[in-house]
Design a protein. Structure first.
Length: 287
């Protein structure tokens, strides 16, 4: 089942996509309210339809506009770690590396990604994103997929350097880390969409292709099977650190092929196309 958030008649609403790409309207606001009320996501559990519209007649938005938490996993594919010049990671000696992105970084399909004034080295990272469906705390790995409502295509756009307009000691490790982190926070740096695919249609989240193209040229071509920490392990670990709530989003890391590996960065007018398995194609342009 594909669920969408969209703008129709000037208002934000949510609904279900039919096989014929018609939108069955289910209610006002984004999918957050539905995720809070319905779990697991099954067609029988959805509220009554409030109308039906052509997909072309509505403006698709990010499925979840302002999640309580947007988490992301750093360095979760071995080939991405090594392309950056770092040695391979020993999974037995590390834990998942999670960080937060602000809700203001979220944009939907077709939206522009504005280049920030603080960086000229803006990069792409195609990622599978997970949407939490029920409140979870200290969930074991073997039960972790049971708290997932569905999956999204996403892009963890990243500024690889930060220039604040004055000289700083960028050789300092702490400065480097916080610049890296700040490079994840800019407006528009978390495109999500085009829709949420319910968990029952993704029996194995570790069997999805992850692809990204810039202006039609393929840059990333990986698979979620190569994650260092699986989706279940990421969800379980996150739930040890904080209570996960319906609508929370976790981006799960990116495979190799990012621009920083070759010194190629985004420019105004570039078109990004991300495809994760059968979750739909996410397109955005750089402004």
């Amino acid at each position: 089942m594909r669920l969408v958030t969209y703008r129709r008649a000037g208002a934000v609403r949510h609904g279900r996509l039919t096989t014929g790409d018609r939108v069955v309207e289910l209610g006002d606001g984004d999918l957050a309210g539905l995720l809070d009320a319905v779990f697991p996501l099954t067609e029988d559990a959805l509220p009554a339809a409030a109308g039906e519209y052509d997909l072309a007649a509505v403006e698709l938005l990010a499925p979840v506009l302002r999640p309580g938490k947007l988490l992301a996993a750093a360095a979760n594919y071995q080939d991405h770690v090594t392309e950056s010049g770092a040695p391979p990671l020993d999974k037995s000696r590390i834990s998942p590396r999670l960080f937060l992105k602000p809700p203001t970084s979220i944009v939907g399909p077709g939206a522009e990604i504005p280049l920030p004034g603080v960086s000229r080295e803006v990069d792409w990272e195609a990622e599978l994103a997970v949407v939490i469906g029920r409140r979870a705390r200290d969930v074991p790995v073997e039960a972790a997929l049971g708290v997932v409502a569905g999956y999204l295509t996403s892009n963890d756009v990243s500024a690889r350097s930060i220039d604040l307009g004055y000289e700083r000691d960028t050789d300092d490790r702490q400065v480097w880390f916080f610049d890296w982190l700040a490079g994840k926070w800019c407006d528009g740096f978390a495109p999500l969409g085009p829709w949420l695919v319910s968990a029952d249609e993704v029996p194995d989240p570790q069997a999805l292709s992850v692809e990204l193209a810039v202006n039609g040229v393929t840059k990333q071509n990986g698979s979620t099977k190569d994650m260092i920490f699986t989706v279940a392990e990421l969800v379980a670990h996150a739930s040890r650190l904080m209570t996960l709530e319906p609508g929370d989003v976790i981006q799960t890391g990116t495979p190799s092929g990012v621009g920083a590996a070759t010194g190629e960065y985004l420019a105004t007018g570039d078109e990004l196309t991300v495809v994760v398995g059968g979750l739909g194609t996410l397109r955005n342009t750089v402004a």
